[in-house]
Write a protein that binds this ligand. Structure first.
Ligand code: NAD
Length: 354
């Protein structure tokens, strides 16, 4: 397994491989950039088939956090950690304590929060060994579960896209197909959309969660693979990454792709394929920054909900500017967003060295 030659390696400042035999911890912490401040991003626990896949996730996701944090104009850099979920029974508290010791070894260069497969309670175990952890469920400035704010940001950004692509300022009669609707973000997003008058088509592997959404919002449930073929105005990926790929892109009939999932595009050139089909794409890391904005309120101390709301308005504006530039230059929105992010990170890096 190569690291420096890895296709997802992007001059990451540090990559830490942390193991602990007693607890079974196998973690990789990617510190992509500290140009704007300590590298901040969630910890994901997943059953990875091998450390190659885990490394790929750590490298891609930490780079994505740098882009996300700079586009939301937050004074933090980008990092992410992954834990390879141990097979069979394991002591969850001990595992996250060991992870806390690994985070502490970076002396504040990386600040962890929760991501897929990790809960605020797990972060309390991490907290026993390091102060460089946020997204805690309790404490003076605890911001708790970031998902409701992520969902609000996705909802607000989706409305920006709907106004552009469909010329509508309200959501009545707009159909949204949500992948991962029963998840943390997906279920809050479903609530926002249903209350605003949208029709929902939903899928998830969590069947009970789907039934609840059907009962509450009258949503239509479809099979996992059928979600791509729906006659919807918006496709909202809120599960896992790489779901916009050569096998799925031709099946999507929606005029808009806007969802919470990280790394939605399997490859960067899928952005051009999306544009060719006349679909408006909201770059994932711009749209889903609500959670990290909320977490930033905790890092800053003195948690201020009004500041968070102001940042969500900024998210809408940034998205609008990217889509404007994409229209004007006839280039994909993901490419425009990446360029702006890289330029801003470079400016911060140079300023930090000066
Ligand atoms: P979650 O684990 O709560 O939800 C994901 C949902 O997707 C689950 O309900 C799961 O059952 C479902 N799912 C898994 N595989 C599926 C498949 N093949 N088809 C359909 N559904 C499937 O996670 P979450 O916190 O809601 O995050 C969702 C996505 O948004 C992730 O990609 C995450 O990285 C991203 N994200 C989340 C936040 C946040 O604040 N939680 C912030 C930014 C980005």
């Amino acid at each position: 397994m190569s690291v420096f030659e890895h296709p997802s390696f992007d001059n990451h400042e540090k990559v830490l491989f942390a193991t602990d035999e007693q607890t079974g911890l196998k973690a990789i912490i990617g510190v992509h950039s500290t140009a704007s401040g300590p590298a901040c991003g969630g910890c994901r626990m997943w059953t990875y088939p091998s450390s190659t896949e885990a490394l790929n996730d750590a490298l891609r996701l930490s780079q994505g956090m740098s882009y996300k944090n700079i586009m939301a104009d937050l004074p933090i850099g980008g990092g992410k950690s992954v834990i390879m979920k141990p097979a069979g029974d394991f002591d969850r508290v001990a595992l996250f304590e060991a992870f806390g010791r690994a985070v502490e070894s970076l002396n504040g260069e990386y600040i962890s929060a929760e991501d897929v497969g990790v809960s605020p309670a797990d972060m309390m175990a991490v907290r026993r060994f390091t102060t460089h952890v946020v997204g805690l469920p309790e404490g003076k400035d605890a911001s708790g579960d970031p998902s409701p704010v992520t969902a609000e940001g996705v909802f607000r950004g989706m409305k920006v896209c709907i106004e552009r692509a469909l010329g509508k300022t309200d959501l009545s009669g707009v159909t949204v197909a949500i992948q991962g609707a029963a998840g943390h973000v997906g279920s809050y997003l479903s609530g926002h959309l249903a209350r605003a008058g949208a029709k929902l088509i939903i899928t998830d592997i969590n069947v009970d969660g789907l039934e609840r959404l059907k009962a509450e919002y009258g949503a239509t449930i479809v099979g996992l693979d059928e979600i791509y073929d729906q006659d919807a105005d918006v496709f909202a990926p809120c599960a896992l990454g790489s779901i916009i790929n050569p096998d799925t892109i031709g099946r999507i009939k929606a005029k808009i792709i806007a969802g919470a999932a990280n790394n939605q595009l399997a490859t960067r050139d899928m952005g051009a394929e999306i544009m060719k089909r006349g679909i408006v794409y909201a770059p994932d890391y711009v749209l889903n920054a609500g959670g990290i904005i909320n977490v930033m309120g905790e890092i800053a101390g003195d948690f201020d909900p009004a500041w968070v709301q102001g940042k969500l308005t900024g998210l809408e504006q940034t998205l609008g500017e990217i889509l404007d530039q994409s229209d004007k230059e006839g280039r994909p929105s993901n490419v425009i967003a990446d360029e702006i992010a890289r330029q801003r990170i470079e400016e911060k890096r140079v300023a930090k060295l000066a």
